[in-house]
Design a protein around this ligand. Structure first.
Ligand code: GRF
Length: 213
C-alpha cells in the first residue's frame, strides 16, 4: 500500500479517477492529502467528499518557487506521503521537491511526449495537424514534461475535431492511465534505467494498433 499525496490547481478530474480507483479497491494506494495552490480549485471539494484531508498552500504567499516547494514538502511529509501525484498542478516544481521525493513524483501531460511539451498541448497537437494524439504519465525531473515515461495512451484525432473535442478524448484516456501508473508503482513493478522505465511482470494483451488518416 503506497501513501500518496496529490497536488492540484483546478478541476481535478484525474484526481477523481484516482480516488474512484481507490474507493473501488483497484488501487493499493491511500490518498493522505490533497494540496491545492488555488483556494477555489474544484478538486478540493472532490477530495473532501472522498474523506481525504485537504490543504491550500498559495504559491503567491512565498518569495520564491523554492520556498513554496519547501512548504509543500513539509505538508506532504507531515501527511506521511511516499508518492507525490501532480494532477493538473499548474506550477513548475523545483529541486527542493524533487530531492525530497526522488523518482517519487509523477505527472500527467495531455500529449504523447516528447511532442508538445508545455502549455496548451492539445492546441499544439491540433495546430500541428497530428492524426494521433494522447497522454503521458511520467516521473518528474528538473526539466518540464521531460522525465522518464511510465505509460502512454493514444487517441485518434478526427478531421472535424476542435481543441475541446481533443481535450475531452485525451482526458478519457488520462483517467485510465494515471491510476494504472500508480498501481504499477504501488506493486513495486517500476524500475528506472536512465530514461527508460521498465515495467516488471505480466502485461495485459496489447490492443490492436491505432491507425488514423
Ligand atoms: C489534464 O489535462 C492533465 O493532463 C494536465 O492538466 C489537466 C488536469 O485536468 N496536466 P484535471 O484537473 O485532472 O481535470
Amino acid at each position: 500500500m503506497v501513501a500518496a499525496g496529490a497536488l492540484i490547481s483546478g478541476t481535478g478530474t484525474n484526481l477523481c479517477a484516482i480516488l474512484d480507483g481507490i474507493a473501488a479497491g483497484r488501487l493499493d494506494c491511500a490518498m493522505r492529502v490533497v494540496i491545492s495552490n488555488r483556494p477555489g480549485a474544484a478538486g478540493l471539494a472532490h477530495a473532501a467528499r472522498a474523506g481525504v484531508p485537504t490543504r491550500v498552500i498559495e504559491h503567491g504567499a512565498f518569495p520564491s518557487r523554492e520556498a513554496f516547494d519547501a512548504a509543500l514538502v513539509e505538508a506532504l511529509r507531515a501527511a506521511g506521503v511516499e508518492l507525490v501525484v501532480l494532477a493538473g498542478f499548474d506550477r513548475l516544481v523545483t529541486s527542493v521537491l524533487l530531492r525530497a521525493f526522488p523518482l517519487r513524483v509523477m505527472n500527467i501531460h495531455p500529449a504523447l511526449l516528447p511532442a508538445f511539451r508545455g502549455l496548451h498541448a492539445q492546441r499544439q497537437a491540433l495546430e500541428y495537424g497530428v492524426k494521433i494524439a494522447g497522454a503521458t504519465v511520467h516521473f518528474v525531473d528538473e526539466d518540464t514534461d521531460h522525465g522518464p515515461i511510465i505509460v502512454q495512451a493514444a487517441v485518434a484525432v478526427h478531421p472535424d475535431d476542435d481543441e475541446e473535442a481533443i481535450r475531452r478524448r485525451i482526458l478519457e484516456v488520462e483517467h485510465q492511465i494515471y491510476p494504472t501508473a500508480i498501481q504499477l508503482f504501488a506493486e513495486g513493478r517500476l524500475t528506472v534505467e536512465g530514461r527508460r522505465v521498465v515495467v516488471q511482470g505480466p502485461r495485459p494483451p496489447l490492443p490492436p494498433p491505432l491507425v488514423q488518416w
